[in-house]
Design a protein around this ligand. Structure first.
Ligand code: C2E
Ligand code: CA
Ligand code: CA
Length: 781
């Protein structure tokens, strides 16, 4: 017979063991009350039965003892019931033992009455009574096992002794039966005791579990309610089931509004994914901006979601924990802003500027797009600051930053390095250093202008200031941001030295470029009327006959000091200054006249039947361009189809309709049109089809590499075959070797130009080519 819960009992702490003990004692007390009246009744019966048989004093004494023990018992039970907590369990148990053991002894003593009576029935009554008390006690006292055993012993030991030593076989047997009876009762008591103990332990364990559950629920409730984070639950349909106060605080929404809210229909849907993930059994996370439903507050929140399961591991919804991190994010943003922007003027500071310059330099290294750094220093700022005070100085700086920013393009950066030093980064200045310098200078001029207006800085008199500007333009891939800033700074000091309110370029040559440009522009203005312009002619050869069938007119400028100036140096300046219009007109007139002369003179038996003239985009865009050409054709008497105007892709990309209209009118007048430098731009052959060209000129960069670069060879082949489909003539430019010539011939190219036959040459030389030396040219072929 063991405790089912013996191990469990061992595991219980002292407190729980104490509680079990006190329950045991409690049971014993309650049970003990039930037997008070039967015992009283039993004792009264004995009193009357034995009053005559025994000495009256003895029986009275015994009866008195019984009554006293019963009263004692009743008193003790009352005490216990009234205030159980007055003493601890051990004291109550001890008191109980005193009463019970005394009672057992008193009752056990009735065994001796057997000696005193010859009446068998009386003897039987005593034995019956003792057995009854013993049986009942083994049950009622079972909660305290040691008490039962001692009680039974005290009760039955005298009976055994009386039986065993009374003499006679029957009595001795009965004595042995008393022992057996005692053992059986003890076993029965033990069983009951074990059951009681099991019940008590189960009860305690259950209580313990319940307490733990209540405790954890209470704890959870506290966490849920008082957590410094917003928490809400929702079911699998994403309907809010419960929420805590913090959540309501974050969203500025009422509890009623929140409960039952359909999260699928939130106006700001950014949370949906993480919420949905949780009801799919995943953990979700979102951190970012969120606009609240009710007040449309723009918050930054951090949200974590997890699924909620029932006891069968089925998902029944999810829980979301939300923190409002707006303040943190704003603080971070502010810090970031402070790290990159000047506190006074709120424009980029040195750190951000350097970053931007490096980015622009990277772009320059990849695409060759030039950038300029302008270093600007306000003249006499220090004296303004000192004489008028810092607040005036500050106001001046702020206004300067505003004015500088207003004149810069969106992609440019205006930064303040500190003090009165500003830096401007100019991007996308093109690939030509001259042009880049000119653009930077234009910006510098604008800066001088905007800063020359007086500043209203809250003073009685408004103040004026000027600035010194140093410019550095990137000129090599090796230069970094620091280099450029240093160059610009040096240039700025140069500007200051040279009398303030000026602009200086870092590189001396830059200044020279600008000067040269101005000089060239001026010189070019006089070039036409001074007769300094001249046309060179480059022969166009028909590949099948290997004969010169035409010429391209190319501009040259014989400058009295500079010598022969090539078109690369002329055209840009001419286009920017607008001089290209009269120059172009002159070229066209001159070329036509020359061609007509050649034709009229029947120079040799020549087959020359075409003159090509280059047209600039600026020229072509002139509204009266077509009329001018037609007029010149008429004036010179050239056969229109013998004139070929060379256009480039750059002029056909904008306003296609007008361009096509102009081209059509030229075509109607009979004039031929060729597409120059084909392949270098972006127009496709298909696009070409829409435009009324008669001839294609393959750019010399492709021809140059047709023998070495397979891609170029394929491209040229493709152009040739497409051109034949579109019925366009093709002239290959820049043919320098016989191999190139052979390649072009074998792929069906009709014409070529190039050093293989001749460079562009003066009229006389060209005429010689046509007359006599033409054989020389053909000899190569
Ligand atoms: P372009 O129209 O492509 O003219 C052909 C250029 O290639 C000429 O340069 C010519 O000298 C050069 N060239 C011809 N054959 C060869 C060769 O075999 N190898 C090499 N390496 N080069 C060859 P040029 O005369 O210096 O003219 C340069 C550019 O200036 C012309 O390119 C054209 O776009 C422009 N141009 C020339 N004259 C005029 C003009 O009167 N008006 C306009 N708007 N532009 C002109
Ligand atoms: Ca050309
Ligand atoms: Ca060309």
């Amino acid at each position: 017979m063991t405790f089912r819960n013996k191990d469990v009992l061992a595991d219980l702490d002292a407190l729980e063991k104490g509680r079990i003990r006190s329950e045991q004692v409690n049971i014993a007390y309650k049970q003990a009350f039930a037997s008070v009246y039967p015992l009283l009744f039993g004792s009264i019966v004995i009193y009357f039965l034995f009053y005559n048989t025994l000495q009256p004093s003895l029986i009275s004494l015994w009866f008195l003892m019984v009554v006293i023990t019963l009263l004692w018992r009743i008193w003790l039970l009352r005490e216990y019931q009234n205030d159980q907590n007055r003493y601890n369990t051990a004291v109550w148990e001890r008191r109980f033992q005193y009463v019970m053991f005394t009672s057992a002894a008193v009752w056990g003593s009735i065994a001796f009455f057997i000696y005193q009576t010859p009446n068998t029935l009386h003897q039987f009554f005593l034995i019956f009574l003792l057995s009854g008390i013993a049986s009942i006690a083994s049950g009622t006292l079972a909660s305290l096992f040691s008490v039962v055993i001692i009680f039974l012993f005290l009760l039955l030991a005298p009976l055994f002794a009386v039986m065993f030593f009374h003499g006679g076989f029957e009595f001795q047997m009965m004595g042995i039966l008393v022992v057996i009876f005692f053992i059986l009762l003890a076993i029965a008591a033990k069983r009951i005791h074990v059951n009681i103990m099991n019940a008590l332990i189960s009860k305690i364990l259950h209580q313990k579990a319940t307490e733990a559950l209540i405790l954890s629920e209470e704890r959870f409730e506290t966490i849920f309610k008082d957590a410094p984070a917003g928490i809400f639950y929702y079911n699998t349909d994403l309907i809010v089931v419960e929420t805590n106060n913090e959540m309501l605080q974050i969203l500025k929404i009422s509890h009623e509004r929140m409960i039952g809210l359909d999260l699928k229909k939130l106006p700001d849907s950014c949370l949906y994914e993480s919420l949905d993930e949780s009801v799919q059994g995943e953990k979700g996370f979102y951190e970012g901006p969120y606009t609240t439903m009710v007040n449309k507050l723009n918050l930054w929140i951090s949200l974590r979601t997890s699924p909620i399961y029932d006891t069968h591991r089925r998902i029944i919804g999810g829980v979301a924990i939300v923190s409002d991190i707006t303040e943190r994010v704003v603080a971070e943003e502010k810090m970031k802003h402070q790290a990159y922007f000047d506190a006074l003027t709120d424009i980029p500071n040195r750190v951000l500027l350097k970053d931007r310059v490096e980015q622009s330099l990277a772009h320059y290294r990849r695409h060759g797009s030039l950038i300029a750094i302008m270093f600007l220093d306000l003249d006499h700022f220090k004296s303004i600051n000192d004489s008028l005070g810092h607040h005036v100085g500050d106001a001046l700086l702020i206004e300067t930053a505003v004015r500088l920013s207003s004149i810069c393009r969106e992609g440019d950066t205006v930064a303040r390095l500190g003090g009165d030093e500003f830096v401007i980064l100019l991007n996308e200045l093109g690939s030509d250093p001259h042009i880049a310098a000119q653009r930077a200078e234009t910006v510098a001029e604008k800066i001088h202008e905007v800063l020359s207006f007086s500043f209203d800085v809250g003073q009685a008199e408004s103040i004026t200031t000027s600035s010194s500007i140093g410019i550095a333009i990137v000129s090599s891939n090796e230069q970094n941001a620091d280099d450029l800033l240093k160059f610009a700074d040096t240039a700025m000091y140069q500007a200051k030295k040279e009398g303030r309110n000026t602009t200086r370029f870092y590189q001396e040559q830059m200044d020279q470029w600008i000067k040269k440009r101005l000089f060239m522009e001026n010189a070019l203005r006089h070039a036409i009327k001074n007769g300094e312009l001249e046309l060179y002619y480059q022969p166009v050869i028909e590949i099948s006959t290997r004969k010169i069938i035409g010429a391209e007119a190319l501009l040259r400028w014989n400058h009295p000091e500079m010598g022969l100036v090539m078109p690369d140096e002329i055209i840009n300046i001419a286009e920017e200054s607008g001089l290209i219009v009269p120059i172009g007109e002159w070229v066209l007139m001159e070329a036509c006249k020359q061609f007509v002369r050649w034709r009229a003179a029947h120079v040799s038996k020549s087959h020359i039947q075409r003159i090509a003239v280059n047209v600039s985009a600026v020229q072509f865009r002139q509204s009266d361009f077509v009329e001018k050409v037609i007029r010149i054709v008429a004036e010179t008497g050239i056969v229109p189809y013998m004139l070929e105007l060379e256009l480039t892709e750059s002029m056909i990309i904008d306003k296609v309709d007008t361009v096509i209209d102009k081209m059509n009118r030229l075509r109607t007048a009979g004039i031929c049109l060729s597409m120059d430098d084909f392949g270098t731009g972006y127009s496709s052959l298909a696009y070409l089809k829409r435009l009324p060209f008669t001839t294609l000129k393959i750019d010399r960069s492709f021809v140059r590499d047709i023998m070495s670069d397979n891609d170029d060879a394929v491209l040229v082949e493709t152009i040739l075959s497409m051109a034949s489909i579109f019925k366009l003539d093709v002239i290959a430019e820049g043919v320098e070797t016989f191999e190139q010539f052979k390649f072009l011939e074998s792929h069906g190219c009709q014409y070529f130009q190039g050093y293989l036959c001749s460079k562009p040459v003066q009229v006389n030389t060209f005429e010689e080519l046509l007359n006599h030396d033409v054989q020389n040219c053909q000899a190569h072929l």
